[in-house]
Design a binder for this molecule. Structure first.
Ligand SMILES: [Zn+2]
Ligand SMILES: [Zn+2]
Length: 371
């Protein structure tokens, strides 16, 4: 069959939206018709070359859709079900999976980085040969073939555009707060960066009952959305942020989250944290990024420095839990959405993200996008 997809052919070049061949699902694989897909900074890391990837490749790793066909041996899913695609599939059987750290499962890591399916081949191709699948998902395409382990069933009452965001931004942010930092009620939380992940951290902190949520961003445009989702304070990053936070909190924040993935911001995150507090790195910088840490200060102040990948999530548990919070009205995921686009507007969607336009950009497949 065919799939209309956004293909990356060269570093820092615009993506090309075209029709590719899509081979049917093999053993253990599933054909999904996409409903919606988000536009994430991690996709741009591939476009910019900051994250190296074999080309050509179809990007997109945050999406949701409807199961249309099952490959041989797929028993846990049915045609017609709605699924969120997960970029960290897990095996359920390794050391990490058995110790309730399914987000650290390495079973699928090699093909995931190679952009192939589990058997080392691609289902997508053009007249020149195979086209790779980012994270085994490639969800900037109207139809995708993915491993069954990447599919997490979701209640049909959750709109695709909300379900899609569970696949990266929302889970990464909310999970960092609930699973990794375990923010307690009435805590003071500082969040560096109010993009898709930062806004999700803000939503998660509100859900956890944080008393004061301080959003920090370089763009004044970020303030309205940050406050709408739960920030009690907003600091524009062109002032002495550390002094502002000390003035607001006396000793510094109980929790500081770095959601941008920039070394300089990871370093200053420590200055925003109170003695005995915790700094959690959530954003991803280049693979070889390092920073100098003030180790004597960390020892004296007993600051915990940690990281959180994909919200330290058990996807089968957490996607459903966050969806339920959304349906209950206490996790307003729909408000995270900025502009909606059609797939052929993908380059515009990426440009808007880079320009810091508010909220998360979403590609809609089934409906006419209104943007
Ligand atoms: Zn992402
Ligand atoms: Zn595992």
């Amino acid at each position: 069959m065919k799939s209309r997809a956004a293909v990356m052919y060269g570093k820092a070049e615009p993506l090309v939206v075209e029709t590719l061949d899509l081979a049917p699902p093999r053993k253990g694989e599933v054909l999904v018709r996409m409903g919606a897909a988000g536009v994430c900074h991690s996709d741009y890391h591939v476009i910019s070359g900051q994250a190296d990837h074999e080309l050509p490749v179809v990007l997109g790793h945050e999406g949701a859709g409807r199961v249309v066909r099952l490959g041989e041996g797929v028993r846990d899913l049915s045609v017609g079900e709605h699924v969120v695609l997960s970029w960290i599939p897990y095996c359920g059987d390794c050391f990490f999976c058995r110790h309730e750290q399914t987000h650290l499962c390495k079973t699928y890591e090699a093909p995931l980085w190679d952009g192939t399916m589990m058997d080392g081949t691609c289902r997508l191709s053009n007249s020149d040969g195979p086209v790779r699948h980012l994270s085994m998902l490639a969800c900037w395409a109207d139809h995708v073939v993915v491993p069954q382990e990447s599919c997490v069933r979701i209640d049909k009452s959750v709109p695709f555009e909300v379900a899609a965001l569970l696949g990266c931004a929302v889970t990464t942010g909310v999970g960092a707060v609930l699973n990794r930092a375990r923010v307690k009620p009435r805590s003071t939380v500082a969040v560096i960066g109010a993009g898709g992940v930062g806004l999700s951290i803000i939503m998660g902190a509100k859900l956890a009952g944080a008393g004061r949520i301080i959003a920090i961003d370089a763009s004044p445009d970020a303030e309205a959305k940050a406050r709408e989702l739960g920030a009690t304070d907003f600091i524009l990053a062109d002032v002495d942020v550390s002094a502002c936070i000390k003035e607001m909190t006396a000793h510094g924040a109980d929790h500081v989250f770095e959601a941008v993935g920039k070394r300089a911001l990871q370093r200053v995150a420590l200055d925003y944290c109170r003695p005995g507090g915790q700094v959690t790195f959530v954003g991803l910088d280049a693979n070889d990024a390092t920073i100098d840490l003030p180790t004597t200060d960390i020892t004296r102040a007993e600051i915990t420095v940690t990281g959180s990948i994909f919200g330290s999530a058990c996807t089968t548990r957490d996607f459903a839990a966050y969806a339920q919070h959304y349906l209950n009205g206490d996790l307003p995921i729909d408000q995270l959405i900025g502009r909606r686009y059609r797939l052929d507007q993908i380059n515009e969607a990426i440009a808007d993200m880079l320009a810091g336009k508010e909220g998360r950009g979403i590609i809609l497949f089934d409906e006419v996008a209104h943007g």
